[in-house]
Design a protein around this ligand. Sequence first.
Ligand SMILES: [Fe+2]
Length: 516
Amino acid sequence: MHGIQLGGDFAASRRDRTVIDGDALLDQRPPRVLFTFAVYTAIAVLIASLAAVLVIRHNVEQNSMQKVSEHTRFISSRLIPGELKTSDWESTLRGPELKRFHTVVKRDLLTDGVVRVKLYNADGLTIYDSQGTLTGKPFGEADELREVIGGKSISAVKNVNHEGGSGTDRKSFESYSPVRYPDSNRAIGAVELYTDYATAAGSVRRQAVPLTVALLLVLLGLFAALLPILRRTTRALAIRNDALQVYAGDLKEHLRGRAEIEERLRHTIEDLERSEELLAVSQEETILRLSIAVESRDADTGSHIERMGRYCALLAEKMGWGNADRDLLRIASPLHDVGKIAIPDSILQKPGALSAEERSAMEEHAEIGHRILAGSDSPLLDLAARIALTHHEKWNGSGYPNGLAGEEIPVEGRIAAIADVFDALTSDRVYRPAMPLDTAFEILTEGHGTHFDPTILDVFFASIDEVIAIRSSTETAPEPIRDGSPKRRRRTRSAGEASSADSSSDEDGGIQSLVG
Ligand SMILES: [Fe+2]
């Protein structure tokens, strides 16, 4: 009962420790909600603003490049063919032609962000440069020019040094377009226009700044709206955290106390288990010594006590008994003749035949033994009492003291009957020597189904090798005699020779007269 309760407590405490860890709870701190929210809001504003600027810049750049490209195509297809003759493309513009064309360029082109104009003929010669530095020089990007002469317009954003390497690079839109005359399908050359990027950048700024500010204001408004809620939540969390810490401290203390109680209980249980073991050993030894004391008044020895227990245990094991019941039977069965303590020595040790009166007195040992052992709370003594009472009952109902038959006789009594008779037959008696094993087996076989439970006797014979091993391991083991004539052994007592037909034992009938 206690064991079960304690086991449950141990299991419950292990569950508690698994689910709740007091140290872990104590380590927890209230989250810095406001600070965290402010940081995340700032990061969100930063990322959103950056993304907006990138998107706006991309869009503005694309739009600006589209406009520059269209402007370049207009110049290449309308303005230039109207101002230059086809023959002007054969070499660099010079003299009055150059002067007139440069005036037109300054008036009509170098406005609204266009910072430089260059013309190339189909051979890659720079026939005009509004800044004059590259006039007469070959165009460096032959492949690119070939594509443009072939009819393709090209636009890109580039860092360009418009001072021919002497100034700083400026970010510009660079745009090429083929120059065609109305009477020809083939491009005569190409125009290159540089437009200042600053114009587009200004547009980016004009769009991105208000958007970013608006975004910032929206997020700040959101932050301001959520602030009171966050403050209340933080306060509630702090209060809950304080309570949790108090609870965790209590819990830790409780668990520590519980662990101490468990430890004490564990030691107590171990002490109890040790005491039980000692008690069991003492009980077994007490029974053994009592059995020896009783048997020492008879012709038997301590070896009979040991063999009796071992034979009974062997049969119980072969019949499928559990270890605990088998051991109980081994310890209890040696007490089967404890009632002989009340039988006078004159009867118990009489070498000759017993009279009817003496036999009747001898048979009382079964009931006397039962009275001595019965009425105890000990299962061991209770079992010993049943064996003492029934070990002389016979399967056919002709035994004593109650004439029980068949399975009316407790199974332990039926087992003990076989073990007791076999050991008596193969042991010296005051009135006869020990019988050879073969003779003892023949006598037991005669009692199959009459004296002995036939099933248990079959088990006995099926285990004959182990029976003989037990017999051989004891000090009074007789030599097997195969010629059918019992060999007389040295007597264990000097009570004299016994006739073959005597009946001085506590048993009756044919077998009993031999058993003694
Ligand atoms: Fe007996």
